[in-house]
Unconditional design. Structure first.
Lengths: 384, 329
């Protein structure tokens, strides 16, 4: 297992280098690239143009520039943003990456479980009216033009019902009286999530080690999860910054809901197909013939076997979800990586755009790595 | 009399139909069988109907209307009006649907219906060109990688891994921010990028199955060259699957174009995404306002959704033809 994970990390590192190389050649080797932009001002004298080219090292051979660029990327020296002038790109990205990570981790987790559960029951209730209706609804949300959905969501929840805040990721009226940095709150929320996740994992492993009875295992698992959740909620409640975290989470509800609606259907449809195939297998018939309850056959025998293609689909759709993040983030004014990417591209702020592109890629790569490791746990056949 | 055997053979050959005719007949028969399976899937048929409606509207109805109703007309002695480009001075714009403008006008006084129909053939061309490039590249690489194996195979599979990891739309956004991308360039970029991606993996695994069949062996024994086997034996057998993936790629290409032009990044005159962009930047799609100006974004958005959805539906219908396991039991 460790060897497999190490292998994957190595592969991911190689992919990362290739990815950065692609971004570099996109910036430097294409017509209209960074060189043209820097010297395109007609007021510049030829001497000034020459000086700019020399100052940025653009007169060196391409491979030397590439080596420099690589060195800079891996020391997080991404240059200075044009549109936020003296701020280095890395500071902007470090500020915005946690927001994207938080939004998409929550949304993809919810989408995965919703898709998994609904696909499971869809396949189990094949031929009923509910199956048709939810399949059609699923396909519609899967193929709908995302901005259209977001307009309607904003109108319905933000304006018609008026229950969710319309845009931005925090309420300025609340934050104006504090010297607190939203950044810190984001990091604390992520930390809390990580701790809860670790508690769940550890309790699962401990339960697996300690008991052979399903009921005891489940008791240990759920009890420790609930304790962790209650404890962290209590901690946030008591702490003075709790209200700010609640504010951020409150603003997050609508974007998370939208991303979930967009991406759950893919998981649902794959789960449905894979479940339909699993149901035909002999061991399901055997389980039924043994007289096991319907629910046990569905959850324990069929769903677990059918789960793997869904996880694969989840892996493949991750890039797509992050891509969709550009739309979601910019329409909800959620200042994460996607919005940064779009804004910097529109403002011709190449250092920031390249940095955002690189870190979006890194985010996707790491998500893949995490899922690969989970996959290796789930599928006992993977043993490299 | 001595030539008798030869003449009988010739006569027998004359009685037989020519090989091309037989091939045509076989193709027609398999097409009919597959059509029967396809037409049983409701979702596929719905998709096909929607695509046909759009195609008729874009390729037949629009040229007729453009030549008759939507000609550049002169409003008075000074100003002329073109429904796709021009400004209608006779009313306040954006105007709600009326008899003069069936779907209303946008903030620039252009007729929404005329814009919709004007863009339809372009969306089709974009989707189909991008998907064709993807499928041609994917099929070639997939079959070649499966047939030869070894380093070539490993190389292209790793490339596919990278492309799969790619944040596709951010990448397109940065490209279109840097260069002037028009519709054809976009189709080329989308086609090239996705051609090296997931489709090669799927087609390669299918080609591997075909490669292990006995008829490839016998073709090799009868002295067929590698390229002959790939072109005449493997590619026809992975063709149905490539066709299926072509449908999904059309959806992806149209969606990407819509997103990019929705952000105003493309160098094009008119498209469905651009229509929403115009309405959005003019400030007509904000909060509770959106239903007051529904004709600005709903027709265009619905068209994108419907056409993307329709190709996806066709894909799912074809899925049942290509993968017999999915059929209703």
């Amino acid at each position: 297992m460790l060897k497999y994970i190490g292998n994957r990390i190595l592969q991911i590192a190689i992919l990362l280098v290739i990815y950065v190389a692609i971004v570099f050649f996109l910036l430097h080797a294409m017509p209209g690239g960074i060189k043209t932009l820097l010297i395109s001002n007609p007021k510049l004298t030829p001497q000034a143009q020459e000086a700019i080219i020399r100052a940025f090292g653009l007169n060196q051979p391409l491979w030397l520039q590439f080596v420099d660029y690589m060195k800079n990327v891996f020391t997080l020296n991404l240059g200075i943003s044009f549109s936020y002038y003296p701020t280095p790109v890395w500071n902007i990205i470090a500020e915005r990456l946690p927001r994207t990570v938080l939004l998409f981790t929550v949304a993809t987790l919810i989408a995965f479980f919703v898709g998994f559960a609904s696909g499971k029951s869809l396949a189990w209730n094949r031929g009923k009216t509910t199956e048709y209706i939810s399949t059609i609804v699923g396909i519609i949300t899967y193929t709908i033009f995302t901005p259209l959905l977001i307009f309607v969501m904003i109108w319905f929840f933000g304006s018609f019902l008026g229950i969710f805040p319309l845009n931005q990721f925090l309420n300025p009226d609340l934050w104006i009286h504090t010297r607190l940095n939203a950044q810190v709150i984001f990091l604390y929320i992520l930390l809390t999530m990580l701790i809860i996740g670790m508690v769940m994992l550890v309790s699962y492993l401990v339960a697996l080690r300690f008991s052979h009875k399903v009921r005891t295992r489940r008791l240990i698992f759920y009890l420790s999860t609930i304790i962790a959740v209650v404890f962290s909620v209590f901690f946030w409640w008591v702490s003075p910054v709790g209200i700010y975290a609640a504010d951020i989470l409150w603003h997050m509800v609508l974007p998370v809901m939208t991303v979930t609606i967009i991406s759950y259907a893919g998981n649902m449809l794959v789960m449905r197909d894979s479940m339909l195939e699993t149901i035909k297998e002999d061991f399901i018939t055997t389980a039924r013939a043994k007289g096991l309850p319907d629910k046990v056959v569905r959850d324990k025998h069929a769903a677990r076997t059918a789960m793997l293609p869904v996880v694969t689909n989840f892996v493949l759709s991750l890039g797509f979800v992050v891509s969709g993040g550009v739309i979601t983030e910019s329409l909800f004014s959620w200042p994460g990586m996607g919005m940064t990417l779009l804004d910097s591209t529109l403002a011709k702020d190449y250092p920031l755009a390249a940095g955002a592109l690189i870190f979006t890629g890194i985010f996707v790569l790491f998500a893949h790595l995490a899922i690969d490791i989970i996959y290796a746990f789930l599928d006992p056949r993977i043993r490299y | 009399m001595t030539n008798n055997p030869n003449t009988t053979v010739e006569m027998a050959e004359a009685k037989l139909e020519s090989p091309t005719l037989i091939r045509m007949k076989l193709m027609w028969r398999s097409f009919k069988e597959n059509w029967k399976i396809f037409s049983q899937s409701k979702i596929g048929m719905i998709g096909l109907y929607i695509v046909i409606i759009f195609a008729v509207a874009g390729f037949i109805v629009y040229p007729i209307l453009a030549a008759t109703v939507w000609k550049t007309t002169s409003l008075n002695a000074m100003v002329s009006y073109n429904p796709v480009t021009g400004y209608d001075f006779l009313q306040n714009n954006p105007a709600p649907p009326s008899w003069a403008h069936l779907l209303g006008t946008d903030p620039l006084g252009r007729d929404i219906l005329a814009q919709l129909l004007y863009s339809t053939p372009r969306e089709f061309m974009l989707g189909i060109v991008a998907a064709l490039i993807t499928v041609i590249i994917g099929t070639l690489i997939g079959t070649v990688a499966a047939y030869f194996g070894g380093a070539l195979d490993t190389f292209f599979m790793r490339v596919a891994d990278i492309v799969l990891l790619f944040p596709f739309i951010p990448f397109l956004i940065v490209i279109s921010g840097m260069m002037q991308v028009d519709l054809l360039t976009l189709a080329l970029i989308i086609g090239l990028l996705s051609g090296f991606g997931g489709i090669t993996i799927v087609l390669r695994s299918q080609a591997l199955i075909v490669k292990s069949r006995p008829f490839i062996e016998s073709a090799k024994i009868s002295g067929a060259s590698d390229s002959y086997i790939i072109v005449n034996h493997i590619i026809p057998n992975v063709m149905p699957l490539s066709f299926l993936y072509m449908m999904f790629n059309v959806t992806g290409a149209i969606f990407s174009e819509a997103v990019l032009s929705f952000f105003g990044l493309l160098n094009i005159k008119m498209s469905w995404g651009l229509m929403i962009y115009t309405a959005d930047t003019a400030g007509y799609i904000i909060g509770s306002n959106i239903w007051n100006y529904w004709w600005l974004w709903l027709p265009a958005g619905a068209s994108i959704t419907l056409l993307c959805g329709a190709f996806y539906f066709i894909g799912r219908g074809l899925d049942e033809v290509v993968n017999p396991r999915l059929r209703k039991r």
